[in-house]
Design a protein around this ligand. Structure first.
Ligand code: NAD
Ligand code: MG
Length: 402
């Protein structure tokens, strides 16, 4: 990457005031975080970086901080505080450490939009803090909505905060809905690539290993979402994410396997008309769109070319083999704290699989048993969501001896 020139803005400058959007990038060292910094670097007249956070990749965080000069960096792993502080001693960047500091940073009033790219349940609390502070949210972290979507979206409405999806399917739907505010959605169609094991059966999956499962055919992503894509839990989480983002009923959401990942998702309106958003699979586009919305920014990303012979194919998902999708459908339909329980058990199961403690198909067993055992709450409070998460985690972990 070339160094960022912190040049003065041109087009967006009014009477000397800096109109650039100040971005708080939570999870900057991850797959989404790094791609977001690429987008920001290419658009120095539109975006600046206000906050960077990471869990424990201190070297990359330091490198990013030196390059993008945020006002605050946070390292969640407190053991890394001294090394980050020392490395940035000659700058004016404030260094904070610890999980709580991530939340505190979200409440600092020196940014315009939070790009939430932390993975897992850990993204929920900082997102709540940002919404409470009235900040716009560009949301990559789907787990936030899976766990507490009703509370998050209600709070966002009260605070008049836009929640703009970064997940490619949801960005596609969001883009299809521009200009359609008064028109009812009949249903949405979420496309799924099918992951690396499309067409495989349980007798194959039982022997699948970590390295194999991490290889996604179309997208290069963090470890957790790569495993979720291989088990189809990712699509399950995305159904629940879509339900809250677009205020849908469970039966308005359909999943279809589309292995080429060119159609990123579709909306069908009441007159039967279907809109699709298409393009090559590249997360930089939904990231850029969420940051620049409602504008589009010209770029030189590779284009999809219809004249090259290629086929777009569709098939229903194999939910008998990929049972996580059935479990997620049950969680979507029952609601309450069941999605939070499912999400927690899934995080533990994926963690166990990534550490070779359990097999590929065992992940589904862990999730299913946790969903059966945990007490159901119809309308949980925020605290009850947190408690359900904690209890489900403990139960799932006890099953796999973590
Ligand atoms: P990743 O594992 O590559 O990066 C995760 C980031 O979160 C890192 O910066 C890490 O330091 C930070 N982090 C991890 N645990 C943390 C904790 N406990 N506290 C604070 N920070 C923590 O993940 P990713 O693939 O970039 O995915 C991020 C989120 O975006 C996920 O929710 C994922 O589902 C969603 N998403 C990702 C993609 C993709 O292409 N990678 C696409 C759609 C949605
Ligand atoms: Mg997605």
């Amino acid at each position: 990457m070339e160094p960022v020139t912190q040049q003065m803005p041109t087009a967006n400058t009014v009477a000397g005031a800096d109109k650039r959007k100040r971005i708080a990038l939570f999870g900057s060292t991850g797959s989404i975080g790094k791609q977001a910094l690429d987008v920001i670097e290419k658009n120095p007249d539109r975006f600046t970086v206000a906050i960077l956070t990471a869990h424990s990749s201190h070297d990359l965080l330091i490198e990013q901080a030196k390059k993008f000069q945020p006002s605050v960096v946070v390292i969640a792993n407190e053991g890394k505080y001294n090394v980050v502080k020392h490395a940035l001693a000659s700058t004016s960047i404030k260094v904070m450490a610890g999980e709580k500091a991530i939340e505190e940073a979200a409440a600092i009033d020196d940014y315009d939009i939070m790009l939430q790219a932390i993975v897992g349940f850990a993204g929920l609390r900082p997102t709540l803090k940002a919404i409470e502070a009235g900040k716009s949210i560009a949301l990559a972290n789907k787990e936030t909505l899976v766990v507490a979507g009703d509370i998050i979206m209600q709070l966002a409405v009260e605070k008049r905060v836009p929640v703009i999806p970064v997940d490619s399917e949801h960005s596609a739907i969001f883009q299809c809905l521009v200009g359609e505010a008064r028109n009812k959605i009949e249903k949405i169609v979420l496309t799924a690539s099918g992951g690396p094991f499309l067409g495989k059966k349980p007798n194959y999956l039982v022997n699948v290993k970590r390295e194999h499962a991490l290889q996604h055919p179309n997208w290069s992503m963090g470890a957790k979402i790569s495993i979720d894509s291989a088990t189809l839990m990712n699509k399950g989480l995305e159904m629940i994410e879509a339900r809250w983002l677009f205020n849908l009923k469970p039966d308005q959401i359909q999943i279809i396997i589309h292995p080429q990942s060119i159609i990123h998702s579709m909306v069908q309106f009441e007159d039967g008309s279907i809109k699709a958003q298409m393009g090559l699979p590249d997360m930089k586009l939904p990231i850029q769109y969420a940051l620049s919305f409602p504008q589009r920014i010209a770029n030189n990303f590779p284009r999809y070319d219809f004249s090259r012979s290629s086929q777009l194919t569709f098939e229903p998902p194999d939910t008998r083999t990929f049972r996580n999708l059935s479990l997620a459908t049950e969680a979507l339909q029952k609601g309450g704290n069941l999605p939070a329980i499912m999400n927690a058990a899934n995080e533990i199961a994926v963690y166990g699989f990534l550490r070779n403690r359990i097999g590929f198909l065992d992940m589904t067993e862990v999730i299913e048993r946790t969903m059966e055992k945990m007490p159901f709450i119809v309308q949980p409070s925020l605290q009850e969501y947190f408690d359900s998460d904690g209890e489900a985690r403990n139960f799932a972990a006890s099953m796999i001896n973590l």
